[in-house]
Design a protein around this ligand. Structure first.
Ligand SMILES: [Zn+2]
Length: 288
């Protein structure tokens, strides 16, 4: 490491020990600048992307090397805007770097090697500070084909309601409505749920809810009773009382065995109780 008055480059190695053998855990490259007897350190991201092009899309500045798929990118950013509007959320300006893969993300920000990341092909890193978001995305690729509306809904919702208080089954229910699940649309999920309900006329919805039962056993990915019932509840609640009431239900706290916190908030927001749960769920299913 050598520091002087001008910009300089630092290369830092982090060595770990595994069963007595020293191993390189990570190598980083940082830039340093001395100003008023203080050293300031930063990532080489700006230098590494100085030849990249930019495009302003709303309050996002998209950085890309040569080209990107405009149609898919617009679809993505339009969906972000639609979700934010629904959530009554205004995001900070975002610098969005569009990379081909996670390896490129790491190289650009100055992570030359990190053993924890060695097998990860696609991933995205982000930070939010100084009234600005930074996203270095190695997941979507410049083709923007990899984004999933379900995951995007979760990501936008978690900017509004902290994961420390969000109730996962309600969170999933809202994601079903807004982004489907595992490539299925909400209409397709609903049709599978109705099929299950028709085949189980004596279903005990309260018990199935608390057990978070998967009702689509033959499918590649599970569909859970509690997520789907919440999708029905949230759809009705949003229509009747607006997003404020939906947010109140979402914020009832993490899922606990027996779901006491959830049922308390459910009664307050919708009037549905444990006693009338079965009847109300049937009403919602039959109204579809
Ligand atoms: Zn989900």
């Amino acid at each position: 490491m050598h520091l002087n008055d001008s910009d300089c480059i630092l290369q830092i190695s982090y060595i770990g020990v595994n069963e007595g053998i020293p191993l390189t855990r990570a190598n980083f490259t940082l830039l340093a600048k001395k100003r008023n007897n203080q050293y300031y350190f930063r990532s080489p991201l700006l230098q590494n992307t100085s030849t990249w092009q930019t495009k302003k899309i709303g309050n996002v500045t998209l950085h890309y090397k040569k080209d990107y798929n405009k149609k898919n990118a617009n679809k993505y950013f339009n969906m972000v805007n639609a979700f934010d509007k629904k959530l009554e959320f205004t995001d900070k300006p975002t610098e969005f770097y569009c990379c081909h893969n996670y390896h490129e993300v790491l190289q650009l920000i100055g992570v030359d090697y990190k053993s924890d990341y060695s097998s990860i092909v696609k991933n995205s890193l982000s930070s939010a500070e100084n009234d600005q978001n930074l996203v270095v995305n190695g997941y979507f690729t410049p083709d923007f084909t990899e984004f999933d509306p379900h995951d995007l809904w979760h990501a936008r919702l978690h900017k509004v309601i902290s994961v420390s208080i969000i109730n996962k089954p309600v969170d999933e229910g809202t994601a079903f409505i807004n982004g489907g699940s595992w490539g299925l649309s909400w209409e397709e999920i609903l049709s599978r749920f109705k099929k299950y309900a028709a085949a189980n006329p004596n279903a005990d919805w309260l018990a199935l809810y608390n057990e978070s039962t998967n009702y689509d056993k033959g499918a590649k990915f599970p569909l859970n009773v509690d997520y789907t019932i919440n999708a029905l509840i949230v759809e009705k609640l949003e229509k009747e009382k607006g997003m404020g009431a939906v947010k109140e239900l979402l914020s009832c706290g993490r899922r606990v065995d027996g779901n006491e916190n959830y049922f308390k908030a459910l009664e307050k927001t919708t009037g549905i109780t444990k006693a009338n749960f079965n009847k109300k769920v049937w009403e919602m299913i039959n109204s579809k």
